[in-house]
Design a protein around this ligand. Structure first.
Ligand SMILES: [Zn+2]
Length: 175
C-alpha cells in the first residue's frame, strides 16, 4: 500500500521533470520570415536569433512575458458598419494587435503573429496573454485617472473598445 503510493509519487515527479526538460528546450528561428503583407522578410535571421537569445537569457517566465510587452501594441479598432467581412468575428480581432521588433538602429519592423511567435519560440496563446495583460493595465490606468468614465471622451471610447475586445476572448476564441 505505502509502496504503491510512493511509486506513484515518484513517477509523478519524474513525469514533471521530463515535462520541464521538454519545455525548456527551445529552438531558435532557422527560417526567414514569411511573405505576408508585413515586413517579416526584411528582418534578418541574425536579428531574430538575437531576439531569441535575449529572450531566453531571462530564464524566467514572468520576466519573459514582461519583455514581450514592448513588442506588442494594441490597435484602436475602427469598425466599418457597412464593410464586407469574410468572417465577421475575425475581422474585429485580426488586427487588434501589432507586433513590432525594434532594431538597434531604432526602427520598428512590423511582423505578423506567425513570425513573432517563431522568433521567440512561443505559442500564439502566450502572445495573446501578454496582449490581454497590456489591455488590462491600460484599463486600470484609465480607471485610476477616474472621472472620464461617464463622459463621452476619447478615453471612454477607448475603454469601451477594450472591454469589447476582452469580451471577444470569452465569446470568440481564435486559438
Ligand atoms: Zn509574416
Amino acid at each position: 500500500m505505502d509502496e504503491t503510493i510512493r511509486n506513484k509519487k515518484r513517477r509523478r515527479c519524474e513525469d514533471n521533470w521530463k515535462k520541464n526538460k521538454i519545455t525548456s528546450k527551445k529552438i531558435p528561428p532557422t527560417q526567414l520570415g514569411c511573405k505576408c503583407l508585413w515586413a517579416c522578410r526584411s528582418i534578418t535571421l541574425e536579428y531574430r536569433v538575437e531576439f531569441f537569445n535575449e529572450f531566453y537569457k531571462l530564464a524566467d517566465y514572468s520576466k519573459q512575458q514582461g519583455s514581450l510587452q514592448r513588442f506588442i501594441h494594441p490597435q484602436i479598432i475602427k469598425r466599418r458598419r457597412h464593410g464586407k467581412y469574410e468572417h465577421p468575428s475575425e475581422s474585429r480581432r485580426s488586427h487588434s494587435f501589432s507586433y513590432c521588433l525594434s532594431l538597434s538602429g531604432g526602427s520598428d519592423v512590423r511582423v505578423c503573429l506567425k513570425t513573432f511567435c517563431n522568433t521567440f519560440a512561443v505559442t500564439p496563446r502566450r502572445v495573446q496573454f501578454v496582449g490581454e495583460k497590456i489591455l488590462v493595465d491600460k484599463m486600470d490606468m484609465s480607471e485610476k485617472r477616474g472621472g472620464a468614465r461617464y463622459s463621452f471622451s476619447d478615453q471612454t471610447a477607448w475603454t469601451y473598445k477594450i472591454i469589447e475586445h476582452i469580451a471577444t476572448f470569452f465569446y470568440g476564441n481564435a486559438y
